[in-house]
Design a protein around this ligand. Structure first.
Ligand code: SAM
Length: 245
C-alpha cells in the first residue's frame, strides 16, 4: 500500500516533467538529464540511407548519438572500469554518459581530455550542475600531449577527438601500456564521406578506418566489433588477461 502510494506520488511528480516523444518514441535513458534536449540524428547530421540515421537520436551535430552514449553507459555498468579515458568532450554528452555510469556503479572516474579551454570550463560547470563532478577529471590539454606524459592507466577508452589523431592516441596508449580495457572509436562509418565530404576528407576517413582495423590486429588485442549504422563505432577488445579489474 505504502509502495503503491509512493509510486503514485513519483508518477505525478514525473508527469509534468515528461519529455514529448521524438519521432513517436518515448525513450528517455535514465542517465540522461531531463533538461538536455535531443532530436533526430538524420536532421542534425547529413547521412546516406545505409546509415539509417532516422532511427537514431542526438543532442546536436557535434555530440555523440544517444544510442551510442547509452551503449557506453551500459558497457561501463557491465565492465566496472576504475579509470576511463575520453578524448574530446565538446558539450559533455559523452562525459555525462560515462560519469553517470561511474555514479551508477559506485566506482570509477572519467578523465576527459579536451583541447578547447572554453569547452573545458563549460564541461566543469555542466558536471557540477548534474552532480557528476566527483566522477570526472577535466584535463584541458592536447590529447596526444596528455597521453604521452600522463601517469594514469585506463581500463576503458572512448576515442572521440579528431578522426585524424584517434589512431595515434590509441598507439600511444598501447606503446606506453596505459590502456588495459575496451577501446571504442566513434565516427567510423564507411559511408561518412558520401554526405560529409570534408568532415573529414575521404582520404582521412579511409586512413582512420584502416589504422583502427590495423590496430585491432595487434596481438595485445583479442578482437573487435564494428557497428556500421549512423556515425559508426569500432570497438577493440583487449586480450582476456589484460581485462579491467
Ligand atoms: C566530436 S567532439 C566530442 C564529442 C563528445 N565526446 C561527445 O560524446 O559528445 C570532438 C572534440 O574534440 C576536441 N579536440 C579536437 N582536437 C583535440 C585534441 N588534439 N585534444 C583534445 N581534444 C581535441 C574538440 O575541441 C571537440 O570538442
Amino acid at each position: 500500500m505504502i509502495t503503491r502510494l509512493k509510486n503514485a506520488m513519483r508518477g505525478a511528480q514525473l508527469g509534468w516533467k515528461k519529455r514529448p516523444p521524438v519521432a513517436g518514441r518515448h525513450w528517455q535513458p535514465s542517465w540522461l538529464p531531463l533538461e538536455i534536449p535531443f532530436g533526430l540524428e538524420s536532421i542534425a547530421h547529413p547521412h546516406s540511407p545505409e546509415e539509417r540515421a532516422g532511427l537514431f537520436l542526438t543532442h546536436n551535430t557535434g555530440s555523440t548519438e544517444i544510442e551510442t552514449l547509452n551503449w557506453l553507459h551500459a558497457t561501463i555498468c557491465l565492465t566496472k572500469p576504475a579509470s576511463i579515458l575520453e578524448t574530446g568532450a565538446l558539450d559533455g554528452l559523452g562525459t555525462i554518459a560515462l560519469a553517470a555510469a561511474c555514479r551508477d556503479n559506485g566506482l570509477g572516474k572519467v578523465h576527459s581530455v579536451e583541447i578547447d579551454s572554453g569547452a573545458c570550463e563549460r564541461l566543469a560547470t555542466r558536471m557540477r550542475r548534474h552532480g557528476l563532478s566527483d566522477f570526472v577529471a577535466v584535463h584541458c590539454s592536447d590529447s596526444l600531449e596528455f597521453l604521452r606524459t600522463t601517469e594514469l592507466v585506463f581500463d576503458f577508452g572512448f576515442f572521440d577527438s579528431l578522426s585524424q589523431i584517434r589512431a595515434e592516441e590509441y598507439r600511444i596508449c598501447l606503446r606506453r601500456g596505459i590502456i588495459r580495457g575496451i577501446a571504442a572509436f566513434h565516427d567510423t562509418s564507411v559511408h561518412r564521406s558520401k554526405t560529409l565530404p570534408n568532415e573529414p576528407a575521404a582520404a582521412v576517413q579511409d586512413a582512420y578506418r584502416s589504422a583502427i582495423r590495423g590496430l585491432a590486429q595487434d596481438p595485445r588485442n583479442s578482437g573487435f566489433f564494428e557497428h556500421t549504422l549512423s556515425r559508426g563505432m569500432f570497438v577493440i577488445f583487449p586480450e582476456a588477461n589484460g581485462a579491467s579489474t
